[in-house]
Design a protein around this ligand. Structure first.
Ligand code: ATP
Length: 239
């Protein structure tokens, strides 16, 4: 449905079982083609929010939908295909003997077979520039290459929303720059959690600042990063 934003959430409140309120009445809309950075100090609620997006944590208070489809049973299988989560550590999502098998894993899980599967894997590997490494062991690759394979594993599922958790963390400067160039070229609808403010500026025209489980700013990234008082108030630092 063209009228639906890719991500729509409102009134999202969540407390962990120990009573810690991690999210308080969060509202957020991400339109098709938007790239949004999710910023905030440690403990702001960024990870908790991303875990809601594909239903790992079920939303009990609030409304959450991807492409108009509610993030709840019986839609969670489809939601998990639509929301491609790229974890901070590729080791958390690469576990097969070869790159090709890791990239095939998601589509197989969603029922894709045969030439359709081969084509998806081929396209995903090509998209991240890893075609020639298809038969290598993922964990023998460099950090930047592993990150790109992790990205291919979710691209192969044809996600509607890409969610990246700290994509630049731990990458060498060259790999960091190559990943940014790749993401700009792929141009997905994406939400990127990061502490790397220059990376947010380079990749995301819009930023949402979370603190204490609440949205405290939702503005153009350049404007937000120019607000030194706001950054200081929320313990964010430009290098
Ligand atoms: P970081 O930048 O350090 O990753 P974050 O913005 O991702 O932080 P969250 O990890 O979502 O923040 O944490 C939000 C709040 O929820 C914090 O107060 C945190 O201590 C708390 N919290 C996180 N995980 C749990 C848990 N499993 N049980 C209880 N409280 C938790």
């Amino acid at each position: 449905d063209a009228a639906n934003p890719v991500l729509e959430l409102s009134g999202l409140t969540y407390s962990y079982p120990d009573g810690t309120e991690a999210l308080h009445r969060i509202g957020l809309r991400v339109e098709q083609g938007e790239r949004v950075a999710l910023l905030g100090p440690n403990g702001a609620g960024k990870t908790t929010l991303t875990l809601h997006l594909n239903g790992i944590i079920p939303a009990r208070q609030g409304h959450l939908a991807i492409d108009g489809l509610e993030v709840a049973e019986p839609n969670l299988r489809e939601i998990r295909r639509m929301v491609g989560l790229v974890f901070q550590d590729p080791e958390d999502q690469l576990f097969m003997p070869t790159v090709r098998e890791d990239v095939a894993f998601g589509p197989i899980n969603f029922g894709v077979r045969g030439t359709d599967l081969e084509e998806r894997v081929r396209r995903a590997l090509e998209a991240v520039g890893m075609t020639e490494h298809a038969d290598r062991a993922p964990l023998r690759l460099s950090g930047g290459q592993r990150k790109r394979v992790a990205l291919a594993t979710v691209l192969a599922c044809d996600p509607r929303l890409l969610v990246l958790d700290e994509p630049s963390a731990g990458l060498e400067p060259v790999a960091r720059r190559e990943l940014a160039e790749l993401l700009l070229e792929l141009n997905p609808t994406m939400l990127m959690v990061t502490h790397d403010l220059p990376y947010a500026l380079q990749l995301c025209p819009r930023s949402v600042l979370l603190d204490g489980g609440q949205v405290v700013a939702d503005r153009p990234t350049a404007e937000l990063l120019a607000d030194t008082e706001l950054l200081a108030a929320h313990r964010l630092e430009l290098p």
